[in-house]
Design a binder for this molecule. Structure first.
Ligand SMILES: [Zn+2]
Length: 326
């Protein structure tokens, strides 16, 4: 059943507030382990016995990513072993290796080298964890056969949690999810029941399609970025202006919107817009679970696409859905 992990914003006063909001239950949370590791004060506190759960103040599932946003040929700022051991020590539930991000422009040979290096780092990390589950990260860039081979090898190594890496550049404004959907579907065809995470997926209108193809877990800080750019998320796509709200085509049930004097007020207030966006993702995932549990995902996708395409006629989401569904 789908699960969404907002990326924890340690410097935002807004985030902890909404963890405590009973109206917006957050099931799980993604924390950047590298920020904690490189900050001397937090690292010292962790060395003295502080756990990640105490630090974040969140009782449910916690996952850490390694902060592996670095190139292949540049010297490593930290070692794979060190960051995995650190995540195990702070008792994260799901740890991540230092995988090698592979942008769509990478050639086949480079993508293959990065995939091999990532596999080696996962193999190196598996014996280092006991409390935490180590994520088997799939790389392979834009090459479907490399991605499939990578996933098969992760499964043979014994990975019990999988993540599909380097898909973020494919999440575009026109919502063409054909490639992403193929990657997810291929992966699910060999992964059995192993949980499968899509890094960086956080637009509520895209999550049902990914879940239909076999993805389970999503994480993103999209709720912050969308708000910063003035986008108001809805289950049918993010709006730039309150027109559809004023026309009565959509009404949101979150606290920010309920307390607003006029439907468009939340658009002009970044803090309230951020809270609204986070609530909307969590609520969409909750609804997605209900539709899946009752076997109505296809009907719900049709309904969702009708509204989405009415608002965004140029979107490729419906085309992707049809292409994947044939
Ligand atoms: Zn709202």
């Amino acid at each position: 059943m789908p699960l969404f992990m907002p990326v924890y914003q340690s410097n935002s006063a807004l985030f902890p507030l909404h963890i405590a909001d009973a109206d917006c239950p957050i099931d799980a949370c993604m924390v950047n382990a590298y920020f904690l590791y490189k900050n001397r004060a937090t690292r010292t506190a962790f060395e003295a016995g502080l756990t990640l759960r105490e630090h974040v103040g969140f009782p449910r599932l916690l996952m850490t990513d390694s902060g592996a946003f670095q190139g292949f040929d540049r010297p490593l700022l930290l070692s794979n072993k060190a960051i995995i051991k650190f995540q195990e020590r702070i008792a994260t539930d799901i740890a991540s290796p230092l995988d090698l991000v592979t942008p769509p422009g990478d050639s086949r040979s480079l993508a293959e080298r990065k995939m091999e290096a990532t596999l080696k780092r996962v193999a190196e990390g598996l014996p280092l964890v006991a409390h935490s589950l180590l994520t088997g990260v799939q790389q392979g860039g834009r090459f479907l056969d490399l991605r499939l081979r990578c996933l098969e090898r992760l499964l043979r190594m014994g990975c019990r949690y999988l993540a599909l890496g380097s898909l973020v550049p494919f999440f575009t404004r026109n919502h063409d999810l054909t490639f992403v959907g193929q990657v997810i579907r291929d992966a699910r065809s060999v992964a059995g029941e192993v949980p499968m995470h899509v890094y960086g997926a956080g637009d509520p209108v895209e999550l049902p399609l990914m879940a239909a193809m076999g993805a389970d877990v999503f994480d993103s800080s999209s709720y912050v970025h969308f708000a910063r750019q003035g986008y108001y998320m809805t289950p049918y796509g993010a709006l730039r202006d309150p027109g559809p709200l004023l026309a009565g085509e959509y009404r949101c049930g979150c606290a920010s919107c309920r307390q607003a004097a006029a439907p468009g007020d939340v658009f002009a207030d970044e803090a309230r817009l951020t809270a609204h966006n986070l609530w909307t993702i969590c609520d969409s995932v909750r609804r997605l679970r209900q539709q899946m549990a009752s076997g109505r995902l296809d009907q719900w996708m049709d309904q969702l696409l009708d509204q989405h395409l009415a608002w965004f006629p140029a979107s490729r989401l419906g085309v992707s859905w049809n292409a994947l569904h044939e």
